[in-house]
Structure formats: C-alpha cells, structure tokens
Write a protein that binds this ligand. Structure first.
Ligand code: ADP
Ligand code: MG
Length: 705
C-alpha cells in the first residue's frame, strides 16, 4: 500500500514534480545518475534539496581586515607565482590588494592549466579560511576566479552549501538550482498546498518565497537563523512537513477504520476470575488502560491501540486481561514477542495464569521441529488453543487460526502497512483482528501527534507499589575491584547480578569476545559464584538455555551483551553493572536498567565508565543518576541529540523528518493539528498531494496498519 493510492489524484498545472532533472541544461545520464543517488529526480526534488549551510561571499574584505580562522572573500593582483619544492611540492601564489602585507595562497594539488592561469599580473578573487602563516596570512586551496572584468560584482546572495555525494560539485548544484529557481520564478508549478489564510495566521511565507530564500538568501539575512532552522523560511517547510506527516497518518487511520472487526464483549467473569487469582491488585493506571482496551474492542471497527508503559509498569497483565475478554467472547488471541526469550517468558506466565481457568495456551516458534510445529499449528487451526503465543512464526503464511479476534504485540515494531492484508487473512471471514501494541518506549509529543496519529494511545503512567527505586551510581573503571567486591557481596546475600558489556565498534564479534573475556575474569575473581555468558553470537537455543538458568536462579552472575535489553523479568536480580555506558544512548541505558528493580529488594545500577568522558556522555550519565522516569529521560535524550535521531524512532519503526525537527519545532504542533483538521474539511484535494510530496516513496517504510 502506498500513499498514492489513498485518495483521488489532482493535477497541478505544469508540475515541476513531473519535470525530470534531465530537462535542465547540462544534465546528461552521468549527472542524472549522481543526482538520483541523493534522491533528486525531478526539478521539484532539486528545489527541495536545501542547503545545509551558507557562506558569506557578498563582501570583499581587505587583507588588512582579515582575522585568522574566518572564512573570507578577498580580491587582489597576483604579485608572485612559483612552484616551491619543500617537504611537498606546491604552487605558491601571492596576492596583493594594497591594504597590507600580501597574502599567500598554497596549492598542494595543481595541474599545468592552473599554473598557466595563475600568472603574475592577473586579478584574482578567492574564498577560503584565513590562516596565519610564517609570512602573514595564508589560504590553502582557496576557491578562486580570475577576474577578466574589473567591475565584476561579488555575489549578491549568501552562497548555499548543499549536501552532496561523491563527484557532484557545489558549483553544479548551484547551477542546477539556479535553473530550477528560474523556472519557479517564471511561475512553473511547485504547488503551494497551504491555504493563504493559514500562512497569514501562522506568519509563514509562501512556498515559492521560502524556497527562493533558502536557496539564495539575500546578504541581509542572518546566516545563523537559516542554519539553525529558526528562520521563517525554514519554519514554513517544517510546518508543511509536519502537516504532511499528520495528514498521512490520519489517512491511514481512516483507512483502518473502514475495515470491519468482530466486537468482543463478555460479562467479564473470566477476567474477574483471572484478576482475583493474581497475588496483587492492578494499579489505577493498569485498571484505566484495561477499561480503555475493553471498551475499544467491543466495536465493529478494529482497535489499533498503543499501550505505552515504562519498563516494569506491568503491561503483561493488562494484555492478559484483554485476552480474557477476547477468549470469553469466543475468539482466539495471538500474542507475539520479538524474541524467543520474551515469547517463552510470556508463554510460561500465561500457562500459569490460564490453565487453571481452563483456557488452553499454545506455543509456536520458528525453532520447533517439524512435527512439534505441525502439532502446534494444528491445535491453533482447530481452535483448541485459545491463546497462541510465539514469535513471528505465528503470522507466517502457513499458520492458520480458527477464529482470531485479538492480536497483541509486545515490545515490537508495529505491523507494516503491507502486512495488513496478511493479518486480515488470519482473521475470520475477512474481518480484521483487533490490535494491541505494547511498548516501553516513551513517545515524544511531536511524534505522537504526527507519525503516530493513526493509533489510539493509552499510557500506564504509574509503577506497581512497593517498587524500591534503583540507586544509580557512576564509577570509574579504575575502581573496578570495588565493583567486583560489590558483586560478590550481592551474590553472598542470595541476589543475582547482570554484568553488561556494550557494543564495541558496532561489531558483534568483538563485543562477544570482550564479554567472554570479562566472564572469564569475573569467574576467576568470584570462585564461589556461578557465572554464565550470553551474547548475540550464541545459537538461539544456547541463549535460551543460559537465560532459563538465570531465571531459575542456578546462575548468579550473568555476563551479557545488550541482547538482554528487552523485557526479561528476573525479580531476584538486584544489581546491574553496565560497562562503558558512555557508548550507549539514554534510551538503551534506561531499557537495560529496567531489568533490575523488578522485585521487592532495593536495586543498584553501576555505570562503570572509562574516562575521560565527553560532554554528552557526562550529561547522559548524570541524567541516568538523577531520574528513573522514562519520559523525562526521553526529553533529555531529545534535547541532547537535538532531535536528530529521536528517542525510540528505531524501536517504533518510524520514518524520520527531513526538515522538521522534533525538538525545535514542537511549539508548532497545536497549529499543525488544527491545520490538518481544516485541510481535511476544506481542501481534501490537497491532502493526498501533500502527503505524496513529503512521504511519497518512503510511505511503505511507515510501520502502521
Ligand atoms: P513490563 O511493563 O515491563 O512488561 P511486566 O508486565 O513484565 O512489566 O511486569 C513487571 C513485574 O511487575 C512482573 O513481575 C509483574 O508480575 C509485576 N506486576 C505487574 N503489575 C503489578 C501490580 N499491579 N502490582 C504488583 N506487581 C505487579
Ligand atoms: Mg514486558
């Protein structure tokens, strides 16, 4: 499913989005290929390819005015030009403008043609960073033009620097944007889909104005505002992009709502029985979310709901309570987890909860042998199994359900748009199963209002009572022996410990090796402890075996790579050491730390860092010490990373923004939401076009049903 299919197409006049770049002067097949490598295929793409920064070449500075370190444009006569044979052969040219001592230009790479051009007596204009050399100022490899005409004016706009790719020069990009902007000024259509009233209210320029400004800002414009994105021209495009994202997601939501589902309703007996057998009461937040889910599945349109709850907030019982309703109303439930370890943990838990209630729980994973798998599938297909738990295997082509009514997905990307049909095929007579997606990833507001706007949302914003806060300390690697003592003490008290080794150079192999060395050293240092090792290079069976030994308490100390990040629940583990925490982002640190503090014992997390720490790393570790609140950490993460790679974007499978910035532009969100509603009411024909413009070919990557 692509966004293009969603609404009736409209035909903008003379559209530049249908004009190939090859119609521009100078674009042959070779250049076209390079442009395509940075996603420029049409003239409109060219116009939306915006500079990442600017240089000021509008003012010619005199040599007397120069300051070392600045980028400057100068102009003067060539007084000397010679090839110097020092450590490296170089072409040395001196330029005099009469204001001060001449400046030296150095070219370490030069050809005969250059040597011939740079002759004494010629007049030269150069641009480069100014350095202090042995004899006055120098420029190394400046950009230069030989002035044929004494009255040649300097540039009248700031010089854009475009993001580019190998072999594609700034000068070509400038020439191509010049041509594209000329077409735009002549009235060729890059359709402005934002209504005038809106632009007026929001104080935003038109699209054409914004594009012209961003590509060729007048020398009076502030470079800082343009670069940081605070400039109204940037705001205009960011607004449009955020709007497009929201509209796209709302379209998907509409589409989803047109599907039919079986309303799931019961008197609640099974649920009450289930809840009364739990050793605890649901928290207020859990109760509220259960109610929201139960109301939502009693509906002819399929539920698509995201339940967000911080690590340890108790999402699993909420899922189980929803499963009770579904089972009681006569349909099957599928619960899918991203890893075997997690799926099996759920399977065991659900068996304990549901078998006493007479509800059969089934298991399906990619690792069953052929016969086990057939048997398991048969039980699901016949309807004997009412709750099927497993990994992706649950939704493979040959997996059949008798009457699937509710799908629960734990800690996992949402189903892709293209998987929607597969999911519907698993439902009954073309009915769509209801879907509950559970995540520990806090969703920043901007993201919730744009890229998640197709989902309903519930938050479990309260932890079960009696949780002892986790004490987090940062300790230098130099004090490692003390930390090992701490581990020994915890084990002597009957507690279990995680020792986490972080990723080295993005290499699983190196990391696994480091973890295995660490495990060996720790085993030597802790002769009374049972130490085990788990990492990504182990076979899944081996991994599971180790995990199950840790869960049963047979293993005291688990040395692990970040594979244990998600969902594992061992309440007796009360100490976690994270080595080289400076390598991890806040989101990952928070997820890892959530593995402890799950029982009644006070837990500790030791961040065993290597000095010296960079500024950001120090900030991250400080944030970890100060708070345990996932939302607060998400906000900090966002601020630290400047919204580049958003907290959890990867986990939630969402597409990033091109121009908008989730931190910088969050104040726009209320207006974007209102504008989206108005566009849908008053300009429905513009909605699809906007969505295609911003999300077009990437729309498939959008994880959503
Ligand atoms: P997560 O939201 O991280 O998936 P889990 O569902 O694994 O959390 O729950 C974490 C632990 O808290 C489990 O051991 C679970 O049994 C326990 N738990 C869940 N809800 C409550 C509650 N209301 N009171 C006490 N303990 C609870
Ligand atoms: Mg969980």
């Amino acid at each position: 499913m692509r966004f293009d299919d969603l609404t009736v197409p409209i035909a903008p006049p003379k559209p530049l989005n249908q004009t190939s770049v090859t119609t521009l002067k100078g674009v042959g097949p070779a250049l076209a290929k390079k442009l395509a490598a940075i996603d420029i295929r049409t003239v409109q793409d060219m116009l939306f390819h915006l500079p990442s920064r600017y240089q000021d070449r509008t003012q010619i500075l005199s040599i007397a005015e120069l300051v070392a370190g600045q980028q400057a444009l100068i102009e003067g006569d060539i007084r000397g030009a010679r090839v110097a044979f020092g450590k490296r052969r170089s072409l040395v040219v001196t330029i005099d403008d009469g204001s001060a001592r001449p400046i030296t230009l150095r070219f370490f790479h030069f050809n005969a043609a250059q040597k011939n051009t740079l002759q004494v007596g010629e007049r030269l204009r150069c641009y480069a960073e100014v350095r202090r050399g042995q004899q006055g100022f120098e420029m190394v490899h400046p950009e230069y033009t030989v002035l044929k005409d004494a009255f040649d004016e300097p540039e009248d706009s700031l010089t854009p620097i475009y993001p580019t790719t190998e072999g594609l020069h700034q000068l070509s990009l400038r020439k191509l944007t010049d041509q594209s902007l000329a077409l735009l000024s002549k009235g060729a259509a890059v359709h402005d889909y934002l209504p005038e009233g809106l632009l007026h209210n929001e104080n935003l320029p038109t699209l054409a104005q914004a594009l012209l400004t961003l590509h060729r800002p007048a020398n009076t414009e502030a470079i800082e505002a343009l670069t940081s994105g605070e400039h109204p021209a940037c705001a205009r495009l960011a607004f449009e992009e955020l709007l497009a994202h929201r509209l796209g997601m709302l379209q998907l939501r509409d589409l989803h709502r047109k599907l039919q589902a079986k309303p799931l309703r019961s008197k609640g007996d099974l649920r009450h029985k289930f809840l009364s057998q739990l050793p605890f009461q649901l928290t207020g937040a859990q109760q509220r979310v259960v109610t929201e889910v139960i109301e939502d599945i009693d509906n002819e349109r399929p539920m698509l709901r995201l339940v967000q709850g911080d690590v340890g907030s108790g999402k699993t019982v909420v899922a189980a309570a929803a499963a009770c309703e579904a089972v009681a109303s006569g349909v099957q439930v599928a619960l899918m987890a991203p890893t075997e370890i997690l799926a099996e943990q759920h399977y065991k838990g659900f068996c304990q909860w549901f078998e006493p209630l007479g509800v059969r729980v089934g298991w399906l994973s990619g690792r069953l042998n052929a016969k086990e798998r057939r048997d398991s599938q048969q039980l699901i297909a016949s309807g004997e199994v009412r709750i099927a738990i497993g990994t992706h295997a649950l939704f493979q082509v040959d997996a059949k359900f008798a009457e699937l009514g509710l799908v629960i997905i734990d800690e996992q990307h949402r189903f892709g748009v293209d998987q929607r049909k597969a999911l519907r095929d698993k439902g009954m007579q073309g009915l769509m199963p209801h879907q509950l997606v559970m995540t520990a990833t806090p969703i920043p507001r901007t993201l919730a209002m744009t890229s998640c706007a197709d989902l309903d949302y519930s938050a479990i914003d309260e932890l079960p009572p009696g949780r002892k806060p986790i004490t987090t300390v940062a300790i230098s690697e130099k004090r490692r022996p003390e930390v090992v003592q701490r581990v020994a003490a915890a084990i002597a008290e009957g507690r279990q410990v995680y020792w986490v080794c972080t990723l080295i150079d993005e290499s699983e192999t190196l990391t696994a090796q480091a973890a295995s060395d660490t495990a060996e050293l720790l085993a030597e240092g802790l002769p009374d402890a049972s130490v085990a090792l788990v990492h990504g290079r182990l076979k899944p069976e081996q991994k599971d075996l180790v995990m199950s030994h840790f869960k049963s308490g047979a293993v005291d100390l688990l040395v692990a790579t970040t594979v244990i990040e998600v969902g594992v629940d061992v309440p007796n583990a009360s100490l976690m050491i994270i080595e080289n925490p400076e390598r991890l982002g806040l989101s990952q640190l928070h997820q890892l730390r959530g593995r402890v503090g799950r029982g009644e014992i006070a837990s500790t997390c030791v961040l065993l860092y290597h000095s010296p720490l960079g500024h950001d790393a120090r900030e991250r570790l400080a944030a970890m010490r100060e708070t345990q609140d996932g939302f607060v950490l998400a906000e900090r993460d966002l601020a630290l990373r400047g919204g580049g790679e958003v907290f959890g974007t990867r986990q939630t499978g969402l597409v990033g923004m091109r121009i908008a910035d989730l931190v910088r532009d969050r104040a726009m969100m209320p207006s974007v939401v209102t504008a989206a509603t108005r566009m849908r009411e008053s300009y429905p024909e513009h909605v699809k076009a906007l969505v295609v413009r911003w999300l077009g070919t990437r729309a498939q990557g959008y994880g959503s049903v």
